[in-house]
Structure formats: C-alpha cells, structure tokens
Design a protein around this ligand. Structure first.
Ligand code: FUB
Length: 327
C-alpha cells in the first residue's frame, strides 16, 4: 500500500516539539537521538533554507525501539556558543575516552556555516561548547564515525543553503552563495571528511574530498541529481564495509554507497528511501540488539517544510549487503 518513501502512517517518535535530522547511537546500552530542534518562525520558505532557524538542541533517549522516549531538554543553546550567529542545523554525537562530543553546524558572525563541538561527561548532556568553531571546518551536517581502531572521522558538507559550493577552491567564494551548484557532465560536488585528533576537537590532517563513484569507477557527475551528494552524510560499518549514505537534496532521495576505507572511495549502491513529505530528507542508520534501523524525518506532523518530525523504521540487508526497508 505504501511506497518505500511513504512514512505518513508511521508515528513520530515525539510530538510535543518538532524534531529533524536524527542522529541515533547506542551508548551504554541505551538509544540516544541527537536531532535538530525545529521551531516556528515567520521566515518564508526559500531554497537557501533560511526558514530552518533553530536556536537549541534537545537530546532524546529510549531503552529500546518502541520504548518510552525521554526528552532530556535543551542541552546546548545558541546564546551559550560564542562564535554562533544563527541556525543550529543537523548535529551528530560521538564518544571517546569516556567523553561525549556533540558536533553541530551553525553560521558564524560573517554568516558562513562552520562546525562546532561541545563536550559532556554524559551522553544526554548538557554540553559545553568550545569557544571557537573547529579550525578549518565549513558547511553543514557533521557525522562522526569512531572506527574500531579508535580513529575518529568527521564527515560533512551540504549544497545550496549549506554553502559547500562556495568552497570549491578550498577558500570561501561568496560568488557561489545561494541555491546553485556546478552543472554538466563534470564531477559533482563531493562531501568532505577530516580525521579527528585524539581529543576530538581538531582535524589532524586537514579536510579531504570523499569520492562517490558510479558502477564504472567514475565520479558521479554534476547533472546526476538522482544520485549525486547534496547533504546529510552518515557513515556506518557492516561486515567490515563502510556505508556512506546521504540525501540527494532537490530529488529527495536517501542513497548510499559502499567502500573499503572510511576515507573512501565509495561506490554508489542504491536508494534507501524514496521522497517523504516535505522538502528535506535526512537520516541515520544504527544497529540495536543485532537489528538495524533507519531514523529519518518527514513533515507529517505539521505539513510545513521547516517543522519536521523524527520516525524510525527497520532496515534489512540482503546477501550482497544491499539495504532494504523492512516494511
Ligand atoms: O535542518 C536543517 C537542514 O535541513 C539540515 O542541515 C539538512 O540536512 C536538512 O535536513
């Protein structure tokens, strides 16, 4: 009855506030979700995403899928982050050496998106932000993978409102500001990755591009809007392979690519989710008690692009390691 994208029949995880961009993790045998906290504004929808004008983060947790959800309240506020001017967008969290790190994008005093880090002793926060953004960071949608050897990687990037197109030369170029990107059969813009230092607060070796290849080993091209990277990077590991999943933005798919190294390259492997209600689509993939789940959002609670709600669905792997929605 429902397409692989339809999710209107699934209940939101919470409905007392609007939530989006869910990054889910299992820490200490409990599921923690780090979403954006959408709020009502008078800002009209535009392709730069100005209507996503969020000012704080809540953390949620639950003992199991379907279990009671606890809202741990505001754990980090814009007014407490010295370098931020506005727009607390999609966060992620990671743990290492007994500390918990919340990574978040926001605009700096010049209106340029950067990525910050805030630290806590507990997964539910509250989190204390560093005074400055991570040096060398830019654009949006950080996602952190701590690999089995303890090395942490921060993936990030988002096109149009996320400003990735302004960084094609490695320096910010305001001529590319706004909803635009390269066109034609040249390479599409690529997401970025940086290895994180032992203290999780800086990049150790700068920032690199993450290659996403087609079936012939060529970079996906700019005009391939059904498959090229737009935003919402997420990396998880399954059977020693690295799965890089992401949103295609203006074509509204969640896709994924598979590789042998956390630095890539990754080869395009298919779609995870068809378009849902609302313009954006953003997700995370997490293993809970030997089953795998997709956390994502749609706008079924409000009917408005900037007031989203988080949902969860089971994912299955086939024998080739390809991902499929369970229902
Ligand atoms: O929530 C604001 C932005 O919308 C996120 O950073 C994007 O991934 C999109 O979901």
């Amino acid at each position: 009855m429902y397409s692989a994208g339809a999710s209107s029949h699934i209940q939101p995880l919470v409905s007392h506030i609007y939530t989006a961009d869910p990054s889910a993790h299992v820490f200490n045998d409990r599921i923690y979700i780090y979403p954006s906290h959408d709020r009502e504004t008078d800002i009209e929808d535009n392709d730069n995403g100005d209507q996503y004008d969020m000012v704080d983060y809540h953390v949620f947790s639950m003992p199991s899928i379907g279990g009671k959800v606890t809202d741990h309240g505001p754990v980090l506020r814009q007014e407490d982050i010295p370098w931020v001017s506005k727009q607390l967008w999609a966060p992620d969290a990671a743990t290492k050496n007994g500390k918990y790190y919340l990574y978040f994008p926001a605009r700096d005093a010049e209106g340029i998106f950067r990525i910050g880090v805030a630290i806590s002793d507990k997964p539910e926060g509250p989190f204390t932000p560093d005074e400055e953004y991570i040096p060398g960071s830019y654009s949006i949608d950080p996602a952190c993978l701590v690999d089995d050897d303890g090395q942490a990687y921060l993936y990030f990037g988002g096109v149009w409102g996320g400003q990735l197109q302004c960084w094609q030369t490695g320096k910010y170029d305001h001529a590319w500001y706004g909803p635009q990107e390269p066109k034609g059969d040249g390479p599409a813009l690529l997401p970025r990755v940086g290895k994180l230092s032992e203290d999780m607060r800086t990049f150790v070796d700068g920032v690199k591009e993450v290659s996403i290849l087609d079936e012939d080993g060529q970079l996906l091209i700019a005009d391939d809007h059904d498959r090229r990277f737009f935003e919402a990077a997420w990396v998880h590991k399954y059977n020693s392979k690295y799965y890089f999943s992401y949103s295609t933005g203006d074509t509204h798919y969640l896709c994924y690519a598979i590789g042998d190294s956390p630095m890539g390259p990754f080869t395009y492997a298919g779609r995870i989710l068809e378009p849902v209600e609302g313009w954006t689509t953003h997700h995370s993939i997490v293993e809970v008690e030997k089953r795998w789940y997709l956390f994502h959002h749609d706008t079924s609670l409000s009917g408005k692009n900037h007031l989203r709600c988080v949902k969860v669905r089971e994912l299955l792997y086939d024998e080739e390691g390809k991902l499929h929605l369970a229902d």
